[in-house]
Structure formats: C-alpha cells, structure tokens
Design a protein around this ligand. Structure first.
Ligand SMILES: Nc1nc2c(c(=O)[nH]1)N[C@H]1C(S)=C(S)[C@@H](COP(=O)(O)O)O[C@H]1N2
Ligand SMILES: [Mo]
Length: 446
C-alpha cells in the first residue's frame, strides 16, 4: 500500500469516477474503515482532512465526486455550460434545442423566485414574440362543456376574480441525475423548481363559466410553441390532468409573474400554473383547454411519459408503462441555498448558518434535518409556514463544525404524511421522474 500511496493519491478521484466500487474497496479496505494511507489519500483527493471520516459510509461516493456534473455547472467536458440570456442569471445550460436551463441551488435563495433565477424548460421551439396588444390573445375552452368559450386575455381579466399566489412549479424530472442507472432526459440536479408569485384567474372559475358536462373527466392543454420538427399540426407538448386538480383553487390561468406581464420565455402572455404537480401541466403560451371524456392522449401522455411504476420495476429494465400511473403530486424535496456545493470557507470557521427551501407537492413540509457527519447525527432546522398553500417553505438553522476540513452537508425534508427523502433515488422509471434522494453538498473549511 505504501508504495502505491502516491499513485492512489493522484488517481482516486478518477477511480471514483470510473470504477467507484474498486475505488471504495481501495479507500476503505476490507474492514470498511477509512484509515491510514487510504484516509490520507481520500483527504488529499477531497482537499482537506475529514473530521468525521469514522462515520463516512462505505459504498457512498464522496459528494465532491458524486454530485452530478450538471449540478456543478459543468456538462461533460468540464467546461461550464451556461445560459447567456438578457436578464437571466448564468443558469446551467442543459440544452439549446429545445432550450432548457437549470437554476443552481444556491441561486434559489430568494423567497420569491425572480425572473433572473427561474429555470427554463421547453419541449419544442419558442414561439414568435408577441406583436400587438397582448390583451387580444385568445384562449379557447371546448370539448365536454355546455358552452364552448373563446376568451381574450382582456376578457379573462375583466370577467373573473383575479388572484395572486406564490406557487411552486417543479419539473417532473427534477432530480433525474440522481437515478442509477441513468435515464434519458435532462440531467437535472435539484434546480428545476421555482416559487414565483403568479397572478391570474382560477381555471375552476373559467370551467364553471363554460359549464362542465357530466362526461367531463380530464383536461388537455395546448400552446402556441412549434414542434421541433416544424410540423404545424404537431404540438410540442399537450398534457392534461384529472378534473379534481383542474378545479383546485390554486390552479391558475396566469398572466402576471412577480407583478409583471409574464416574460416571453415563461409563456407570455398567458399560461397555466398547476402547482405541486409536474411542471409540464403548466402549459405556456396557452391557446386552448380541451375538456375530455377520457384521460387525455396528447403529446407527453401515456406509456412511460410522466407516468411512474405502481410497483417498483428492475432499475434499467425496459417497460412500456402499461401498469404505470400518472405522476400527480410531486414528492418531498429540499434545497440548500445559502452555500453552493463545493464552497471553500476560511480556516477556523466553526459554525454555519444554513438556509434553503423545501416543498412536497400538494402536501406541506413537516421537518428539515441536516447532518454534517455523514448521517450519524441530525440537527433539526426551523421550517417556516408556506406564504400560502402550494408555496414552498423556507428553512434556516445552524450547524457546528469541530475543526477545519472536508464536510458534507446532508439535508432532507419530511412531508406532512411523514414521508422522508430517501437515501438513494427510489422507484426507478425509464424517463426518470420523481428522484428525490437526500442531498449532499461538499464544503471545505480552510
Ligand atoms: N407550451 C409549452 N408549455 C410548457 C412546456 C413546453 O414545452 N411548451 N414545458 C413544460 C414543462 S416540462 C415545464 S417543467 C414547465 C417549465 O416552465 P418554465 O420554462 O417557465 O420554467 O413548462 C411546461 N409548459
Ligand atoms: Mo418539465
């Protein structure tokens, strides 16, 4: 071992990337304790001593190596891929066609998500920017209704009560990068989430004005964005939801974001906001809501699309989604916004004031706990009440550190039904929805 020490030190980070099992065996040895030259090698690779090495779990990649590359702002090659867009922070560019960008967790430090820090998720192209008066934009409500409606944005605003709420919007694939084996789709960390303040009318009020027929069971949503193929008759995405969610008082046809007209990239001039359920149900550039007498069958419905196994399937296996169920309320998740993953703090730092947010779809968050000793002990954070139903909840708290060195901040939330974020992404599914494992941020002191 001693003779190999130098080489181990240089290569352990690469080895953890290429062959984590062998790296772990090398680092921990057969007895599962990290000590001696292996501990020194691990410390060297991580950039500091590891004060809680004795509770470092075997078989778990150190967070500094394990955090998905995308979540660190480096896609693949190591060169940071950042969004360059007027008024937007340098978000993590997940793709340019369609345009998709993730907000780094530490930029989600505002209680109300600003335009600058709001993630972007498109499935198709971005429609032409509006010319003319946005109040003349029309939406159609048809299908299983007594009176099909065609309403301009001006009429919507004048005819129905206007409400303003802070609402979470989270992509159904948020956390996808945490799945093993990897699944297809944008490799999101935890940053496909927002909590902006939306103003609009309740979808419920508009559906009641149209009058729902007894046969009405589902919605189907359409927007003005073109399919990437350019085919005019192919919607980029056309999702729908059970009527119960459409009738929820927080499901809005929104026309203002944070008090301003909705920015073009976020669906100007009018979009749905369906908080707590997959973000794909928050149709942008909204043109039509088709009320259906069956589960909607538009683009992004059926098979394995936004559907998850009722009974766990073998990770990595093929499935046509036959016995999957629609993904509805999103699972509990927390983010840390006060410290970026990989932050280096001055030597002598002995306590950390932490901040973040947590949410749980249609439920609320009961607790957020943090560990700085690899899960051996946990400290309870203070969790604020949501600003309103379906808003995220901010959390704060302090942890103490015994000495300089490498730490991992582990953070996990528990929902109001008692469900806690799991240690590893669970219920693997082919398109990677609902991965919400406990998160780990690496911090170096000194
Ligand atoms: N018309 C339209 N609406 C859409 C989409 C889209 O591609 N087209 N993407 C959906 C998805 S998958 C998500 S997660 C949210 C993202 O909204 P944002 O881009 O404003 O963050 O919009 C949803 N609404
Ligand atoms: Mo999404």
């Amino acid at each position: 071992m001693a003779a190999r020490h130098g080489r181990t030190e240089r290569s352990i980070q690469e080895l953890y990337r290429d062959d984590p099992e062998r790296a772990d065996a090398l680092a921990f040895g057969r007895r599962g304790a990290l000590k001696g030259t292996a501990l020194a090698a691990m410390g060297a690779a991580l950039g500091g001593a590891i004060p809680f090495a004795h509770s470092m779990p075997e078989g778990t990649l150190p967070a500094l190596f394990a955090r998905p590359a995308a979540a660190q702002g480096t896609a693949g090659s190591g060169a940071p891929q950042v969004l360059r867009m007027e008024g937007k922070a340098p978000l993590i560019l997940q793709g340019e066609r369609p345009l998709v960008a993730e907000t780094p967790e530490h930029l989600l430090d505002e209680p109300v998500t600003s335009y600058a820090n709001h993630f972007i998720r498109n499935n198709g192209g971005v429609p032409e920017a509006l010319s003319g008066d946005p109040r003349t934009w029309k939406i159609r409500i048809d299908g299983e209704v007594n009176t099909p409606l065609e309403l301009t944005l001006g009429e919507l605003e004048a005819r129905f009560p206007v409400v303003t709420r802070q609402l979470q919007m989270e992509c159904g694939g948020n956390g996808r990068a945490f799945f093993a084996p990897q699944t297809r789709g944008n490799q999101w960390g935890n940053g496909a989430i927002s909590n902006a303040e939306w103003t609009g009318v309740r979808l419920r009020d508009v559906l009641q004005a149209a009058g729902l027929k007894p046969s009405a069971v589902f919605t189907g949503h359409y927007g003005a964005d073109p399919h990437l193929s350019g085919a005019a008759d192919r919607p980029a995405i056309a999702r729908g939801m059970r009527l119960a969610k459409a009738m929820d008082e927080d499901t809005l046809i929104a026309f203002r974001m944070n008090g301003q007209p909705i920015p073009h990239i976020h669906g100007a001039p009018v979009r749905l906001i369906t908080p707590g359920w997959p973000g794909s149900l928050s149709q942008k550039w909204l043109t039509r809501i088709w009320i259906r007498d069956r589960v909607h069958d538009g683009a992004g419905m059926g098979g394995t699309s936004y559907r998850i196994p009722v009974r766990p399937i073998v990770p990595g296996s093929n499935s046509n989604g036959a016995d999957f169920a629609e993904m509805e309320s999103m699972p509990v998740r927390s983010i840390l916004s006060s410290h970026a993953h990989g932050t280096r703090l001055p030597a002598g730092t002995r306590s950390l004031d932490l901040r973040g947010a947590a949410w749980a779809g249609d439920l609320t968050v009961r607790a957020v706990d943090v560990s700085v000793d690899f899960g051996a002990t946990w400290t309870t954070m203070q969790v604020a009440a949501p600003a309103n139903r379906h808003a995220w909840q901010r959390w704060t708290g302090r942890v103490t550190l015994p000495s300089d060195g490498y730490y991992e901040i582990w953070y996990r939330a528990t929902d109001s039904d008692g469900r806690m974020q799991p240690h590893a992404a669970a219920n693997w599914n082919p398109q990677g929805y609902g991965a919400n494992p406990i998160s780990r941020a690496a911090i170096l002191v000194g």
